[in-house]
Design a binder for this molecule. Structure first.
Ligand SMILES: C=C(O[C@@H]1C=C(C(=O)O)C=C[C@H]1O)C(=O)O
Length: 125
């Protein structure tokens, strides 16, 4: 049966990994959540910087196909998957998680870029 309570943030762990080589990140769940919150701040900040680049990329596009740039999207998905691959031994499935996250992310960025495209005008035929 499942516990009706959220896990305690202070106090000792209640389980351990069977792998004797496992390296702990922190000693309490509270400490892990502080690290996660800090990483989320950095991730959101980096996403905002990425978003600014995507917005600026609009200035170099002539139409909706160029906004979507499917070959570039495929390159991005392959690249982030490769970047995640060395981390898979520590977190199985990370390449799949990263790729699917980027597919969602880039899909939303392209939709936003298509909207921003409406706010631009041609300066070079
Ligand atoms: C930023 C661009 O525009 C779009 C957004 C992309 C992205 O978020 O990585 C990639 C290709 C395009 O779909 C670009 O063409 O490079």
């Amino acid at each position: 049966m499942n516990s009706p309570h959220e896990p305690a943030v202070a106090g000792a762990p209640v389980r351990r990994f069977k792998d004797p080589a496992y390296v702990e990140v922190a000693s309490t769940l509270g400490e892990l959540r502080e690290r996660i919150d800090s990483l989320d701040e950095q991730i959101v900040n980096l996403l905002a910087q990425r978003a600014a680049c995507v917005r600026d990329a609009t200035r170099f596009k002539r139409d909706a196909f160029q906004v979507a740039a499917p070959a570039r999207q495929a390159q991005v998905f392959e690249r982030v998957r490769a970047l995640a691959a060395p981390h898979a031994p520590a977190f199985p499935g990370l390449p799949d998680i990263v790729e699917s996250t980027y597919r969602t992310l880039v899909g939303a960025f392209v939709a936003a870029e298509a909207q921003l495209f409406q706010d631009t005008e041609t300066i070079q035929p």
